[in-house]
Ligand binder design. Structure first.
Ligand code: HEC
Length: 132
């Protein structure tokens, strides 16, 4: 049960903070990104993954999410898209079925408390940390 205990501790640590506060577990989001996203969006997040050139539409530059949103990281939009966003040409996969597991409460940009999978929030926090 040590594994379950670690997950619970992670969820509680996240639950205590708003998404915009420093991530207590930054390596979790980085590891999930490496596992699921690097192949298209690349190590840098700029859309230069090994699969990128074979796709009909280029993977988005994930270091420019804040810049393209007037300088504010679009937390809710990013999480909605990663969770289940068909996107252009249905190239960007939906990760809602993969990023399941324990949920945490976080506050969105408007201060509304939202329940969301811990892994999804961890990826969003990682992306927020690599903004240009
Ligand atoms: C199979 C390749 C592929 C994988 C794997 C992939 N993406 Fe994408 N992603 C894309 C493509 C292509 C686009 C842009 C085109 C579109 O809208 O479909 C995109 C768009 C996005 C967007 C929207 C960007 C914007 O400007 O609104 C976000 C956010 C995103 N991806 C995050 C992720 C994350 C996080 C992961 C890993 C959990 C991931 N993607 C995995 C191909 C991929």
């Amino acid at each position: 049960m040590r594994f379950a205990g670690a997950i619970t501790g992670f969820a509680l640590a996240l639950a205590a903070c708003a998404a915009t506060e420093p991530d207590p577990e930054p390596e979790v989001g980085r590891a999930l990104y490496a596992q699921y996203c690097v192949i298209c969006h690349g190590e840098s997040g700029r859309g230069d993954g090994v699969l990128a050139r074979d796709l009909p539409v280029p993977p988005a530059d994930l270091t420019g999410l804040a810049a393209r949103n007037g300088g504010a990281f679009p937390w809710s939009d990013v999480m909605a898209k990663v969770h289940g966003y068909a996107g252009r040409a249905h190239v960007m996969p939906e990760f809602g079925t993969v990023l399941t597991g324990p949920t945490v409460m976080w506050r969105d940009e408007a201060g509304t408390r939202m329940e969301t999978p811990a892994g999804l929030l961890a990826i969003a926090r990682y992306l927020a940390s690599i903004q240009a």
